[in-house]
Design a protein around this ligand. Structure first.
Ligand SMILES: CC(C)(COP(=O)(O)OP(=O)(O)OC[C@H]1O[C@@H](n2cnc3c(N)ncnc32)[C@H](O)[C@@H]1OP(=O)(O)O)[C@@H](O)C(=O)NCCC(=O)NCCS
Length: 144
């Protein structure tokens, strides 16, 4: 579910990605004409991994379409598409408690490289920071 900060910031981030192919790609997974899922991949570069790399930022299928091989087919399609762009690795981020996703991704070929992804926001979008807490004027400080 999107938080308020996501709702505010995601449309702008999405528009930026749609405007500039060099940032990455978005694929819709469709059943006929109905969109039932999506994959969002952003592009990077890694000396450590010897070439262009990519980050699977979103990978989602509607619940009734899960567990039927569609995710595997979608990821295989995406791998082929980005291989032709010179990408030789795809990363993704999964929360530690989401062990189901860990299992699915291992089956899809992702491995835990025992690296801990850390993030330093150097320009944090509004609404995603810690709450600002102002001191309420002291009770009894009025003039009555
Ligand atoms: C992640 C997701 C896109 C995968 O798509 P999917 O269609 O369900 O995956 P598939 O059916 O193609 O299965 C891929 C592999 O994972 C396995 N798998 C699927 N569901 C599983 C589950 N609940 N537990 C363990 N393994 C599972 C499959 O057996 C398959 O392996 P195999 O081909 O060797 O048998 C989809 O499940 C999803 O949208 N989940 C909710 C969103 C989410 O959790 N995203 C990831 C968090 S970042």
């Amino acid at each position: 579910m999107l938080s308020t900060a996501d709702e505010e910031n995601s449309p702008a981030a999405l528009a930026g990605l749609l405007r500039d192919d060099s940032l990455g790609c978005i694929w819709l997974i469709q059943d006929g004409d109905a969109a039932v899922g999506y994959v969002v991949l952003t592009l990077g570069y890694s000396l450590e991994l010897f070439a262009r790399d990519a980050f699977s930022d979103e990978f989602y299928l509607r619940e009734t379409y899960r567990g039927r091989g569609w995710g595997r087919q979608a990821m295989a399609f995406v791998e082929d598409a980005v291989r032709s762009l010179g990408v030789n690795s795809i990363h993704l981020e999964v929360t530690r408690p989401n062990t189901t996703a860990h299992r699915i991704y291992r089956k899809l070929g992702f491995e835990d490289r025992q690296h801990h992804l850390m993030t330093n926001w150097i320009a944090r979008p509004s609404g995603t920071g810690p709450p600002r807490i102002d001191r309420v004027p002291e009770l009894g400080s009025g003039t009555e």
